[in-house]
Design a protein. Structure first.
Length: 560
C-alpha cells in the first residue's frame, strides 16, 4: 500500500472535531477558560494607552485600512496626505471595520478588536489541539489542549495578535478550518455529492486567501488526499478537467481582485529579499531559529541579541553562548525532521503542504518564524513523533509506549519557554527584543507608559483637526491619525510652505526601553532629516516622561 493511500486511510479513521470537543469538554473549559479569563483581565484592566507605542508597522497599517473603510467606504488608506495609498492586503482591516462603526472612541475600538481577537485565538487553539490529537493517545489528549493554550500564552507573536489588528490569527483560523474541512470532505463516503460542505470549504479558502496569499498550498494537501483516495483508480478525464478549471479560475479571480496588493508588494518583496539577502543567513534562520520557535515558545529569547540583524542578514555565532544555543536549535530542528520522516506514511499530505510553503516563507527572513504560526500543529506533531523515536533509542530507557508521555513533552516545552522568559529578566534592560519580561517592575512600567501616552493623547486631541498636521519619522507616520484623527504629512520639499499656513507638529515618542535609550539620537536624526527640506524653528509645546517612556511635541515653523 502506497504512502498516499496509507495517509488517506489514516485520515479516514479520524474522529470529527465536534466529537473531539464533546469528549474533551472539561479540559477545553478549564484550559480555554483560564486562557480567556487571563486575556480578558489584561484587556479590561490595563489602560489602552499602554498599547499606543506598539501601534506600528502591520498593526498600524491594518488599522488604517479599517478606519478608511469605516470613515470613507474605501480601503485605499494612506499614512500621510501627500503619499499614495499603501499596497497592503485589505481583508485584515476590513474584518475589523464593523467594530469601528460600532464604537467611535479609539480605546473602545481597540478593546473591541482585542476581545474579538481573543475569540479567534480560542478557536485556533481548539483546532490546533484537535489536529495534535491525531497522534496523541486519547488518555493524554487533555494534555495536548493544555499545551496549546500554554504555548500561545508564552509566545510573543500570539500575544501580539491578541492585542492588535494583525493578519496572523484570522489567517490561521480560516486556513486551519479549511484544512480540516478538506480532510473531512475528501475522506467522506461521497465527497463530490456534498454541495454544502464544498461551498463551506470554498468560503473558508477564499477568506484565508484574502488574509494571506499562501493559502493555495491547502490545495496540495487536498490533492494528496484525493490521490490516496483513488488508490490506483483514475477519475474520468472530464471530472479532472472540471476540477482543474474551477480551481484555477477561482485562484485567478482572487489574484485579479487583489492585484494591487499582490503585485504591488507581496510578489515584489520576496523577490527583492531573495536577491539581496545573504543565502546562508536565510538557511541558518530556518534551521536555528524559525523551526525551533515553533516547538519552544520564545526560543529567540535564548540568544544574547536578536539573531536577525536586518532584512538581509542574520548572526547566530556572536559569542560562545549563542553558538551553544544555536546547537540546541539545530537539535530541535533535527528532531522535527526525524518526526516528519517517521509520520510520512500517515501525514504525507501535511508534509507536502509544508514542503511547498517553506521555500516561500524562508525568503522573508524577518517574518519566517511568525508566518509559520499557522502551521504549528504540524510542527508539534513532527516534534512529538521525533522525540518518541529519539527517546526510544536511548540506551537504558525503559521501552514502554513513549506515546503515553505526550504530557511530559508538553511540560518540557512549556518549562523551556518559562525558563527563557526568566533568563530574559536577567538581561540588561532595553535589549533588542524589547521584552516585557526584561523590564523588571512590569506594573510600574505599564503605569509609566500609560502616564506618558495618556497625557500626550489628550494634548493632541486639543489641537484643531482642520488646522493641525503632524509629521515625524517615517516609521511612525499615521499612528496619531488612528488614535486622534490627525492627518500626517510625509516630509518633502513642500514642508516649508505647509508650515507657513498650517499648524505643523513634530511628534517624537518612545514607549520601550530600547527606543527610549536612543531618544536623543533619534530626535537629532529626525531634525536632520527635516533640515533637508528647509530651515525650521522648533517650539516645544508638550513633554512627558517616565522611567521607560517619553514623548515630546514640537511646533514646527519656517526659520525667520
Amino acid at each position: 500500500m502506497g504512502a498516499f493511500n496509507t495517509s488517506f486511510e489514516f485520515h479516514r479513521e479520524l474522529e470529527s472535531p465536534l466529537d473531539f470537543i464533546r469528549r474533551e469538554w472539561l479540559p477545553v473549559i478549564v484550559f480555554g477558560g483560564c486562557f480567556t479569563a487571563l486575556m480578558f483581565a489584561v484587556v479590561l484592566l490595563i489602560d489602552q494607552s499602554f498599547f499606543y507605542p506598539r501601534l506600528q508597522t502591520d498593526a498600524l497599517l491594518y488599522y488604517l485600512k479599517a478606519k478608511s473603510l469605516a470613515d470613507a467606504g474605501t480601503t485605499a488608506a494612506r499614512v500621510a496626505i501627500n503619499v499614495p495609498p499603501f499596497p497592503y492586503a485589505s481583508m485584515p482591516g476590513a474584518m475589523r471595520a464593523p467594530l469601528l462603526w460600532l464604537f467611535h472612541n479609539f480605546d473602545d475600538q481597540l478593546r473591541a478588536i482585542q476581545v474579538a481577537n481573543i475569540a479567534i485565538t480560542d478557536a485556533i487553539a481548539l483546532m490546533a489541539a484537535y489536529i495534535v490529537s491525531w497522534v496523541v493517545p486519547r488518555s493524554r489528549q487533555w494534555m495536548a489542549i493544555g499545551f496549546v493554550f500554554g504555548f500561545m500564552l508564552l509566545t510573543p507573536w500570539w500575544m501580539a495578535n491578541v492585542f492588535f489588528a494583525l493578519a496572523d490569527t484570522p489567517y490561521a483560523a480560516f486556513s486551519l478550518a479549511s484544512t480540516i474541512a478538506a480532510v473531512r470532505i475528501i475522506t467522506s463516503p461521497r465527497p463530490l455529492d456534498r454541495p454544502l460542505q464544498l461551498l463551506g470549504f470554498s468560503a473558508l479558502f477564499v477568506a484565508a486567501f484574502l488574509f494571506r496569499y499562501t493559502e493555495p498550498v491547502v490545495i496540495v494537501l487536498a490533492a494528496a488526499l484525493w490521490k490516496g483516495r483513488l488508490s490506483g483508480r483514475k477519475l474520468p478525464a472530464t471530472t479532472i478537467l472540471t476540477i482543474t478549471i474551477v480551481t484555477a479560475a477561482l485562484i485567478a479571480l482572487l489574484v485579479f481582485l487583489n492585484r494591487d496588493a499582490i503585485f504591488g508588494r507581496y510578489i515584489a518583496e520576496p523577490i527583492a529579499l531573495f536577491a539581496r539577502s545573504d543565502k546562508q543567513s536565510m538557511i541558518l534562520n530556518f534551521f536555528l531559529l524559525a523551526v525551533p520557535e515553533q516547538v519552544v515558545p520564545g526560543f529567540a529569547l535564548g540568544f544574547s541579541h536578536s539573531p536577525i540583524i536586518d532584512l538581509y542578514h542574520a548572526e547566530f555565532a556572536s559569542n560562545g553562548m549563542d553558538v551553544l544555543w544555536s546547537v540546541v536549535g539545530a537539535t530541535l530542528t533535527a528532531v522535527v525532521f526525524i518526526g516528519a520522516w517517521n509520520i510520512r506514511g500517515r501525514m504525507l499530505p501535511e508534509i507536502l503542504m509544508l514542503v511547498c510553503v517553506i521555500p516561500v516563507l524562508v525568503v522573508i527572513m524577518p517574518s519566517t518564524s511568525r508566518y509559520f504560526m499557522t502551521y504549528e500543529p504540524f510542527f508539534w506533531i513532527a516534534f512529538y513523533e521525533g522525540a518518541r523515536v529519539v527517546v526510544s533509542r536511548i540506551p537504558g530507557i525503559v521501552r514502554q509506549p513513549v506515546a503515553s508521555h505526550a504530557g511530559a513533552f508538553a511540560t518540557v516545552a512549556l518549562l523551556a519557554g518559562a525558563a527563557m522568559g526568566l533568563r530574559a529578566r536577567e538581561r540588561q534592560e532595553g535589549s533588542v527584543h524589547q521584552r516585557l519580561a526584561a523590564l523588571g517592575d512590569l506594573p510600574g512600567y505599564v503605569r509609566g507608559v500609560s502616564g506618558t501616552y495618556r497625557p500626550l493623547t489628550q494634548f493632541l486631541q486639543t489641537l484643531p483637526p482642520a488646522r493641525s498636521i503632524l509629521t515625524g519619522a517615517r516609521g511612525s507616520l499615521g499612528r496619531w491619525k488612528a488614535i486622534s484623527n490627525l492627518d500626517y504629512y510625509s516630509p518633502d520639499s513642500g514642508l516649508v510652505a505647509l508650515a507657513a499656513h498650517k499648524d505643523v507638529y513634530v511628534v517624537l515618542d518612545c514607549g520601550s526601553v530600547a527606543y527610549c535609550a536612543r531618544a536623543p539620537e533619534f530626535e537629532s536624526w529626525v531634525k536632520t532629516t527635516l533640515c533637508q527640506f528647509g530651515e525650521f524653528d522648533y517650539q516645544l509645546v508638550f513633554e512627558a516622561k517616565a522611567e521607560k517612556s517619553a514623548a515630546r511635541v514640537y511646533r514646527l515653523r519656517p526659520a525667520a
